[in-house]
Every structure is written in structure tokens, then in C-alpha cells.
Write a new protein. Structure first.
Length: 495
């Protein structure tokens, strides 16, 4: 068999067994989809990633929808105070002292600002959304552990090491033979081209890889970048159309179909002089300006100019906006119900918010890991510099990191269910208080102080403690009932 016949037979066999239409690389009935199957760091090289970050930051600065999605993402992923860290060693007394130390340290955790641990983690979540990643540098000040936030664009391959890009260095990350990151190159200052190589133990890299061999994160807006671009273009063009239609154009029909340029110049520069040949036209022109406004056009007799009605945006355009917003929210993974709240049947809404809760819990895993590393760094340093926690037990590394409160459709219903679960033993005080960024140990201690005050007050006035407790409970129930009724009345009112 000659080579040509062999090649033809091979192609025929390939065509015969290619029964998946989606497996055809070329199809004349559809547009071509470019791309290759390769490692993630090749798909998103440094130039591609930086362009995605540039566009994402543009939407951060100029697009309301992107900012709203980021607000919801940050609120339900890390909350206002960041992930709550609770020591869970075998020494309960040390756990309480460690919690007090963490509360104190969290206020000054950030080296570059006064926002502390909570502000640093919310910034990290916001930047992870728009940049795809964030870096925390472990550092110190006056012998105390500190954290320094590093933006994504400041981690890059130094110019003098470009020859190693793609082999031992991948987009600012040095890797070993196994492909494991061993150090990061961080640009010093804001305008300085010098880079400092920091070991992987010094850097906490906050990002969520979607594939093996992915060393840098991609913005959450990556799959909807073009949709957001189209959204902004549509808004801009539709707004321009509405502005044009809103302008009143007065049509003056005369024999010549034009205004006198000579008279217009005379009215502008010599308003007291009037050309004899154009006196009638000029007087008529000034009269029309006073009555109909300054923006006027002239047409010849028999000609007509139709003025468009101001019906922008049309119903079809509004539907398209809503559909595009749904696609953008779906592409990011954030429920549209949280981005654009609207009235929805209770069961459907609860189901949607349950799905949203699972989504945010999955995203929270990245920040829980980072919080664990932060705890190891901070407490590991404090054990040798602060006498309050110097007697750490052998299992001091045991902690629990809990996320913020989940999206909630009915606070009253969930509160009642929470109380019932607590009474039945299905949940614990820790599960209730930690998502609110409250220490359950301190809450129990506070409850003990309140009970002591009730006992002292009852003895002082000759009452029983149960009577005071019952009065407080009835007062709170009455207030809750009033609030519930007020909310019900507001829900019954038409939107």
C-alpha cells in the first residue's frame, strides 16, 4: 500500500469513528473555538493574566453590577470581621487566654493600616474576587507578628530572570522539580523595579486553583468579562439614545430651507445691526427661538423630519439587560436573588439561598486555610514573646475556623429553629456564636455575670430570681411580637 492510500485510509477510519459532533475541531455550521489542551499556567501566562486583571479592575472602578456582586461575595464569604478563629486545645483555661490574646492582636495585625485582621481579610477577599488572588507576607514589628498585604501585580518575574520563565519560575513563582512553589518574587515599593525573593513559608498565597499546575489566580469575572463589556456598551449606547430622543428639535419650514448665515453672524457679533434683505427672516427666526427654544432646524416646503418618541429603553432592551445580568451572576456563581432582591415564593427562595450558602462555604475554604496559617504564625510567635500564652499545651495548633452568617431569608424562622436545635442538642453554643464573630466562652461567662446580678437584685428588693427572669422574657417576647407584626404589615404593602 502506498503512503497516500495509507493516509487516506487512516483519515477514513478517523472520520468513521468520530461519532461525537462536539469532538470535531472544524464545523462549517458553527464558529471556530480556538484553544489547546495544555497546562493551566500555559493557558494563563503572565501577559494573559495581567490583561484579565486590568479589565477586571476597570469593571471594579466603573461598573455597578460588578461591584454589587463583589459586595455580596465578600459579605457572605468572610463577613465584616474575617473568618473567626477559635482555639480548641485540651486546656480550656489556655483557650480562653488565647482568645483574649487573638482579640487584642487582631486590632493591629495589619502592618500597613489600622484596620486589623478583619479589614485585612475583607480586603483579601475583595482583591481575590477582582484580581483572582492576594498575598499575605508574614513579617513583624518590635518583636510582634504582623501581616502585610501584597497586591497581585507586585508579584512577578524580575526582568533579569526572564530566561528562567517557564522552567524554574512561573509568573513570579519559583518552583522545584516537583512543581511545588518554593519562593515568590515581590516588587519592593511602588515605583521600584527591585524584587525581593521571599520563601514560600513567609508568604500566604490566597487563591483558588481550578486545575493542577496553576500557580496564579484568575479574576472571578474571567468567564463573564465579555458579557460585562457588552453590558456596559449596551448601557452606554442606550443612554446616548435616550439623551438624543429627550432633546427637543423644532422644525421651521420656510421657502429656502435654511437660515441666513449672514444674519446669524450679524446677530452674534453685531446684534444692533440688521441687514435689510434679511430683516423679515431674522425677526421671524428670533421669534421662533423665543417661543420654541434655541435648537431648531429648517427644511424646505414639502419636506418633513419626524421626531422619534422617547421610548428608551424599550421592553425588549430591559428584558435583554435582565437576561445578561442573570448570565453574569450565573457565570460568577453568585445568586441573582442576592444581587437583585425581589419577591419570590418562600420555598423557592429558601432553596436558592441554600444553594448560595453552599457556594459561599466552598469559597470560604480558601480563607479558612489562610486563617489557619495566620494563627500558626501569630500564636507560634506569641508563645515565645508573651507570658499570657507561653504555657501553650501540646495541641495548641487545634483551632476551629468558622465562616460568617449564611444568607438568610427569614431570620425569625431560623432563630426559632436554632433555639429548638439547641434545646434538643442538635447544635451547640459554639455553632451559634462563632458565625457572629462572638466567643462562645465569653458569652457563657457573660451569662454567668448576668445571672449573678439577677440574684443580687432579687435579694435586694425581696423578689425571687425567677420573677425577674420571667419579666425580662415577657418583655422581650412582646417586643419581638411587635417587630414581627410590623414586618408582616410592611410585607403586605404593595411594592
Amino acid at each position: 500500500m502506498n503512503p497516500l492510500s495509507k493516509a487516506f485510509g487512516f483519515m477514513r477510519a478517523m472520520w468513521t469513528f468520530a461519532r461525537y459532533e462536539a469532538g470535531l475541531r472544524y464545523n462549517p455550521r458553527r464558529t471556530f473555538l480556538p484553544g489547546f489542551v495544555q497546562d493551566a499556567h500555559i493557558d494563563a501566562d503572565q501577559c494573559t493574566r495581567m490583561e484579565l486583571v486590568r479589565k477586571s479592575r476597570w469593571f471594579e472602578k466603573n461598573d455597578a453590577l460588578a461591584n454589587r456582586i463583589a459586595e455580596v461575595y465578600t459579605e457572605f464569604t468572610v463577613g465584616a470581621f474575617g473568618p473567626t478563629v477559635s482555639p480548641e486545645s485540651s486546656d480550656e483555661d489556655w483557650n480562653l487566654r488565647a482568645s483574649d490574646w487573638l482579640d487584642e492582636w487582631s486590632q493591629v495585625a495589619d502592618l500597613n493600616s489600622k484596620f486589623g485582621y478583619g479589614g485585612l481579610m475583607t480586603t483579601a477577599c475583595w482583591r481575590e474576587f477582582f484580581d483572582g488572588e492576594f498575598f499575605l507576607l508574614k513579617t513583624g514589628e518590635r518583636g510582634r507578628p504582623r501581616l502585610q498585604g501584597i497586591s497581585a501585580h507586585r508579584v512577578a518575574t524580575p526582568p533579569d530572570l526572564y530566561d528562567q520563565e517557564g522552567s524554574t519560575i512561573i509568573d513570579g513563582v519559583r518552583i522545584d522539580k516537583r512543581g511545588r512553589p518554593i519562593s515568590y518574587f515581590i516588587q519592593e515599593g511602588f515605583d521600584d523595579e527591585r524584587f525581593t525573593e521571599r520563601t514560600a513559608n513567609e508568604v500566604i498565597h490566597l487563591f483558588e486553583p481550578s486545575a493542577p499546575n496553576q500557580y496564579r489566580g484568575l479574576p472571578k469575572l474571567t468567564p463573564v468579562m465579555n458579557l460585562l463589556h457588552d453590558w456596559n456598551d449596551l448601557c452606554m449606547f442606550e443612554m446616548q439614545k435616550a439623551k438624543d430622543n429627550a432633546q427637543i428639535t423644532n422644525i421651521w419650514e420656510n421657502a429656502t430651507g435654511s437660515f441666513s448665515p449672514q444674519q446669524a453672524r450679524q446677530n452674534r457679533f453685531l446684534p444692533t445691526q440688521t441687514a435689510p434683505t434679511d430683516s423679515i427672516d431674522s425677526q421671524r427666526y428670533e421669534f421662533i427661538k423665543r417661543v420654541l427654544g434655541p435648537k431648531s432646524v429648517a427644511v424646505k416646503s414639502g419636506e418633513k423630519i419626524l421626531q422619534l418618541k422617547n421610548e428608551s429603553p424599550s421592553a425588549a432592551t430591559q428584558w435583554l439587560w435582565d437576561y445578561m445580568a442573570s448570565l453574569i451572576c450565573a457565570g460568577v456563581g453568585v445568586s441573582k436573588l442576592l444581587v437583585f432582591p425581589w419577591s419570590l415564593q418562600g420555598t423557592v427562595a429558601r432553596s436558592e439561598l441554600d444553594l448560595a450558602t453552599n457556594y459561599f462555604r466552598s469559597r470560604f475554604a480558601t480563607f479558612a486555610r489562610a486563617s489557619f496559617e495566620v494563627y500558626l504564625f501569630a500564636m507560634g510567635t506569641a508563645r515565645f514573646s508573651d507570658v499570657r500564652v507561653a504555657d501553650a499545651p501540646f495541641d495548641w495548633t487545634r483551632i476551629e475556623v468558622l465562616p460568617p452568617r449564611a444568607p438568610n431569608v427569614d431570620v425569625g424562622r431560623n432563630s426559632a429553629a436554632m433555639i429548638a436545635e439547641l434545646e434538643s442538642g442538635a447544635t451547640t453554643l459554639k455553632d451559634i456564636y462563632l458565625p457572629r464573630n462572638q466567643s462562645w466562652r465569653k458569652q457563657i461567662d457573660q451569662r454567668g455575670r448576668e445571672e449573678q446580678v439577677i440574684d443580687i437584685t432579687a435579694k435586694k428588693y425581696g423578689l425571687t430570681p425567677d420573677r425577674i427572669r420571667r419579666a425580662i422574657a415577657e418583655s422581650m417576647k412582646a417586643q419581638m411580637a411587635a417587630e414581627t407584626e410590623k414586618q408582616r404589615q410592611e410585607d403586605l404593602q404593595p411594592a
